[in-house]
Design a protein around this ligand. Structure first.
Ligand code: WTA
Length: 653
């Protein structure tokens, strides 16, 4: 591990919100010792129609009763009001969103006033379709302004949005619509991907048909015309966005929401079962995303901030839309991909808009690093003051490249650890106060109280290696699994009584810095996309020729982790290249392209214990070429299997 520590230049520190380590420590201690006082000060920076009665109420221990987390109870507010209406007086003409389209030269600047009008108009469309407070609205869209407009419109009238990443398949979309019984679906005709238009509405149609077969009718589907491609519009159900908004007024009253009313659902993968509907509620999420955004990205008026994530994931929800807009920021929304029209696109875009804060994922950094520095050197990146990283541990080589070639050894890097479940950033440097070490997320944000536990759940002290858990709630924490509170309790609170179990392994060094070491469960992280191995396995075994499948992650240079699938076939089937491509296609159809296995290993049998449990530990070792450390294989029902798997593996790789 590197001993290098970066201390940001004094010229930036002068204006920073938090300037020194002492300031950080003082505020951090206050946030932990007097959380109610601390979060009152923070929440007071937002507009509340009615103030809360109590700051926080909770039970974190299953042994004492149901898990319960409440913040700002009794308070009434609206997140869209805080993101738009309250800025109109002072920043109506300021740009809220900069939309950078897929093709060079295609862009749009939308002021707070314009965004407000677009949101009101679309909120009125939703109302005209019968959408009421508490109804669920599914969103399946590319990165176009209408996506942000739809979210904010839902939140304005109290409808719960459920965004499904546009790269997911029709099957995946239908499962998510069914789980929360969405009444309306908002989508587009297609998506621009590089030089091509790719259809999207067809998937939405298939998904809605699948829902209908299960007895659930999506009443209305609003379609944005993005690519101008031919689509089928079903009479009585499908309507065009541009036609619908015409008749609607640009005023729409705000629905005052209880702080603990649901704001949105976002599905995420766990180690078992189908994806969980992570539910975030209005008040706590609003305060937490706004405050973390301001301090961590050290956002000041007139800064141009860019997060390259897709809004289909939590990073886009919290740090493209809600966090930045509640702080009156100018936030860039990018429709394209990092390598179109060439691998200089990110840097060209930073140069074009004079971006001050740039937030991306290690997988993108590694992919661009592989293309060489010449793409970065072509552009003027002197506007940058801060860089960020999210989604997976950033390996020190990628960190150093980012630091040197993008940040010119001048910009701090905030490596932000968090999860869909946490709503906002949990462990991170504050850019000018906390010195950074490549590969470490550094220290907890205000109000976050992490512990490292051993396998028995005993807290470890000082420098150590353990399982990351959080004691005490923070405002941005998920409140439940939609419609399944029992699952929420089981997944996050049963493992270690009294703690939120995060699912990541972690090391703490002598300086108290945290180093995330990766998941301790069967979740893998492919290009920053979270996936349950069980989901990919069940997609594989749903193919008629497959008897059994075991999926594991293996180290991948660009993606971080790749997907390695061990597959046993039914007796009637024989392994072939054709079947291999069929299986890959099948997984794409069931889940989406991001879940496509990199390696499919046709195995004669899988290593199992005598009780029939697949020994994944052994498969993991085989996939990573660690044949000498297989451990004890004597408990296997048939130890011979291992030798043949090793032989096959060597041939494959
Ligand atoms: C991983 C994304 C190391 C981690 C915001 C976590 C990270 C999972 C980091 C959540 C980081 C995210 N360093 N690991 N900076 N950020 N992770 O729900 O394993 O898509 O549990 O949320 O990504 O992924 P999710």
């Amino acid at each position: 591990m590197s001993e290098f520590k970066f201390h940001a230049p004094d010229e930036y520190r002068k204006n920073a919100w938090i300037k020194t380590m002492d300031e950080y420590k003082q505020m951090y201690d206050q946030s932990i010792e007097k959380p109610e006082e601390f979060w009152t000060q923070m929440a007071d920076q937002f507009y509340w129609e009615k103030r809360w009665d109590s700051v926080r109420d909770y039970n974190y221990s299953i042994s004492k009763g149901p898990i319960n987390i409440e913040w700002f109870k009794g308070g009434k507010t609206n997140i869209t009001y805080n993101c738009l209406d309250r800025h109109l007086k002072d920043r109506g003409d300021q740009t809220a969103l900069i939309w950078e389209g897929n093709s060079i030269g295609e862009d749009r600047e939308i002021s707070y006033k314009e965004l407000y009008e677009m949101v009101c108009q679309f909120a009125n469309v939703l109302k005209s379709k019968g959408v009421q407070k508490g109804d669920r609205v599914a969103i399946y869209m590319p990165m176009i302004p209408e996506l942000a407009v739809t979210m904010l419109a839902c939140a304005r009238i109290g409808a719960i949005h459920s965004i499904v990443f546009g790269g997911f398949s029709a099957d995946a979309l239908s499962n998510r619509i069914l789980d929360s019984l969405c009444k309306v679906l908002v989508t587009s005709d297609g998506v621009m991907r590089g030089a091509k238009a790719v259809p999207l509405k067809g998937n939405a149609d298939t998904a809605m048909d699948l829902c209908e077969k299960q007895g659930h009718l999506v009443e209305c589907c609003v379609v944005v015309n993005r690519t101008g491609s031919e689509v089928e519009m079903k009479q009585g159900r499908d309507v065009w966005w541009h036609e619908q908004i015409q008749a609607q007024s640009m005023d729409c009253p705000v629905e005052w929401m209880d702080a603990e009313d649901p704001l949105f659902i976002l599905y995420t993968s766990g180690s078992t079962g189908t994806p969980k509907g992570v539910q975030h509620n209005v008040g706590g999420y609003m305060v937490y995303t706004g405050i973390t955004f301001r301090y961590i990205f050290d956002y000041h008026d007139n800064d141009i901030y860019w997060c390259t994530a897709d809004i289909g994931w939590v990073t886009g929800h919290s740090y493209i839309v809600y966090g930045p807009l509640s702080q009156g920021a100018t936030s860039i929304m990018f429709e394209g991909v990092p390598n179109y029209p060439d691998p200089g696109r990110f840097w060209a875009t930073v140069d074009k808009w004079k971006v001050n804060q740039f937030y991306t994922a290690p997988t993108a950094i590694r992919a661009l690093m592989a293309q060489g520095e010449q793409w970065v050197e072509k552009y003027d990146l002197s506007s940058l003051r801060l860089l960020g990283s999210v989604g997976e541990p950033i390996n020190p080589e990628a960190w150093k490249w980012y630091f040197k070639h993008v940040g010119k050894e001048r910009c701090p890097i905030v490596d932000t650890w968090w999860q869909t479940e946490t709503g906002g950033i949990m462990i991170t440097a504050l850019p000018y106060a906390i010195d950074q070490k490549p590969g470490s997320a550094t220290l907890p944000f205000f109000g976050v109280n992490p512990v490292l536990l051993n396998e028995e759940g005993k807290p470890l002290e000082g420098a150590c290696d353990g399982i990351l858990a959080i004691q005490e709630p923070w405002p941005g924490q998920m409140r439940t699994v939609y419609n399944n509170h029992e699952r929420f309790e089981k997944v996050y609170f049963q493992m270690f009584d009294g703690y939120y179990f995060a699912g990541d392994g972690c090391r703490r060094d002598e300086d108290g810095y945290y180093w995330i070491t990766g998941r301790v469960d069967d979740v893998i992280n492919v290009s920053g996309h979270r996936m349950g191995t069980a989901e990919v396995e069940s997609a594989l075994v749903s193919h008629k020729e497959v008897a059994e499948a075991a999926v594991i992650g293996f180290p991948h240079d660009i993606k971080g982790q790749g997907i390695y699938a061990f597959v046993t076939l039914n007796v009637s089937a024989t392994p072939s290249d054709e079947l291999l491509s069929q299986l890959k296609l099948h997984v794409r159809k069931e889940i989406g392209p991001i879940a496509t296995p990199d390696i499919i290993h046709f195995a004669p049998a899988l290593p199992k214990t005598r009780s029939g449990k697949i020994m994944r530990r052994i498969l993991r070792k085989i996939a990573t070429d660690e044949f000498d450390s297989l451990g004890d294989i004597s408990t296997l029902a048939d130890p011979e299997v291992v030798g043949s798997l090793i032989e096959n593996h060597k041939e494959l790789t």
